[in-house]
Design a protein around this ligand. Structure first.
Ligand code: ZN
Length: 496
């Protein structure tokens, strides 16, 4: 059945103005965009008068498991967050995974995001039941997603340079007793996930492989992930040089940068996505660009965890594909791509205080959140634009928004002023999933109540793990401070 979205305004191809245009949708794709489109008499109609019709924004990096604990941490470094991993992620039932994924998917929809790359995680490792629950959550809500179960086969504490030597004997015994997931076992679960779920929900579910952080992976495991991604032709997504501690730890362990190490493992190709890339050197950026790889930029997360500001200007200049993400709700904390665009543009300026020609402007921020992220998800010709042949993933934004009026320059207003509060109606695959602010696919009130109950229960249930994390925290901070005192060829805070 065809659908005509009529009477709305779209950004013109150069993003300089709005123009009135109808959009004809057949099945899940846009057939035509224009002013007087021929359509069959039985075509359904959706009146978009008074709305801007935008491509659904695309979240290049998020974490379903984080949503239950949104807003919990503050003044944590990335390493503090990882230290609390068992306290945050332990004891989860498949139902908890469902609720955490579903409530995040609803949040994204309500902010105009129609597709995401989700590195969902579980402690100690994802299970088939947990993955099934996350797939079901996204299928129910109706978002398009690449689900990449995040995995590791080394215990975090054993990968921080110097940490074990600092620990008193009782804590060292406890930490040494922690056992990571078995390498072959997690690879098996990843392979099963691809075989079982790739292309399900009418193609809205894709699956990718996510060795979560190279430092927490044995070379055998990371190589196994590379093979898996290649054999099945799916994406490979990892956290790449997110913190200086990670960059230094790579020098300790492999005597080279993380990118140099991953190149040795044959990981860098057009399927590869590195999240963050804050601590990449110029050589790293060139190597990633030459390989056709991509980076998912998460400026709000990088600020909140104090990781620094990623060299996105240099990435763009090298022709590296960059998409925009929110990261998970434990580091960002909302999943709002309008906010992410604004952050990307703003932090892109402070790196070059006296060189506005090198600042990231509204157009770059918009491109990152649409076409850039689409490429990160491996969907370059399918999402991120309102154009014939693309998937009918559309957002109707109220044009009389307090953020957009008076309207002087539509693109600047969308990036710097709009908050997502004016998202009214959202279509994914040509199907209306959010209408006048109400999610049509799941019971949001019920979902919120269940998610609150799950979060309350898990906070109590994981109290012992929380206590252990608090005991370890001061030693971890000392080890990290010592590590980052090591000179490194790049500095990723504001320019002096
Ligand atoms: Zn992340």
């Amino acid at each position: 059945m065809a659908l005509l979205v009529h009477g709305g305004h779209v950004l013109n191809p150069s993003y300089t103005a709005l123009e009135q245009a109808d959009i004809l949708i057949e099945a899940d794709r846009i057939r035509a965009v224009g002013q007087t489109l021929p359509f069959a008499p039985d075509t359904h109609r959706l009146d978009a008068t008074g709305y801007l019709v935008l491509p659904g924004l695309v979240n290049a990096h998020t974490h379903a498991h984080n949503n239950l604990f949104k807003g919990l941490g503050d003044n944590w470094t990335l390493e503090d967050l990882l230290n609390h991993g068992p306290a945050l992620n332990g004891n989860r039932t498949p139902e908890d995974h469902y609720l955490s994924a579903a409530i995040g998917a609803v949040e994204m929809l309500k902010n105009g995001c129609t597709a995401a790359y989700d590195l969902f995680m579980a402690a100690p490792a994802p299970t088939s039941e947990g993955i099934e629950a996350v797939v079901r959550a996204y299928t129910d809500v109706g978002l398009r997603v690449v689900i990449a179960p995040a995995m590791a086969d080394l215990v975090f504490y054993q990968t921080v340079p110097g940490l074990l030597d600092l620990l008193p004997s009782d804590l060292r015994r406890t930490v040494n007793g922690l056992v990571a997931a078995p390498t072959a076992g997690v690879l098996q679960i990843a392979a099963e996930a691809v075989r079982r779920w790739q292309g399900t929900a009418s193609g809205r579910i894709s699956v990718a492989v996510a060795p979560t952080i190279p430092g927490q992976c044995s070379d055998a495991f990371f190589s196994g992930c590379v093979r898996l991604a290649r054999d099945y032709g799916v994406g490979l997504h990892t956290h790449l040089a997110e913190s200086k501690v990670q960059a230094i730890a790579s020098q300790h362990r492999w005597g080279k940068t993380l990118v140099g190490h991953l190149a040795d493992l044959g990981a860098l190709d057009s399927r590869f996505v590195g999240a963050h890339g804050v601590w990449l050197t110029d050589d790293d950026i060139r190597q990633l660009a030459d390989a056709g790889a991509a980076v998912a930029h998460n400026p709000a997360s990088n600020l909140k965890l104090g990781c620094g500001i990623a060299p996105v200007r240099e990435m763009v200049e090298q022709g590296l594909t960059v998409g925009l993400g929110t990261d998970g709700a434990m580091s960002s904390d909302n999943l709002n791509l309008f906010e992410a665009m604004r952050f990307a543009a703003l932090v892109g300026k402070v790196r070059f205080p006296h060189e506005p020609a090198r600042w990231l402007g509204a157009q770059t921020a918009w491109d990152l959140a649409t076409r850039g992220s689409a490429r990160v998800l491996g969907m370059a010709d399918a999402v991120g634009a309102v154009a014939p042949g693309y998937k009918a993933d559309l957002v109707l934004l109220r044009a009389d928004s307090v953020f957009l009026r008076p309207l002087n320059h539509p693109l600047n207003a969308l990036v710097y002023a709009e908050t997502g509060a004016d998202v009214d109606t959202v279509l994914v695959d040509g199907r209306i999933v959010l209408e006048h602010g109400t999610v049509l696919t799941v019971n949001e009130t019920h979902l919120r109540a269940q998610a609150q109950a799950a979060a309350d229960r898990l906070r109590t249930q994981n109290q012992a793990a929380w206590t252990l994390a608090e005991q370890l925290a001061p030693y971890l901070a000392t080890a990290c401070r010592a590590a980052v005192a090591t000179p490194y060829p790049v500095q990723r805070y504001a320019a002096p």
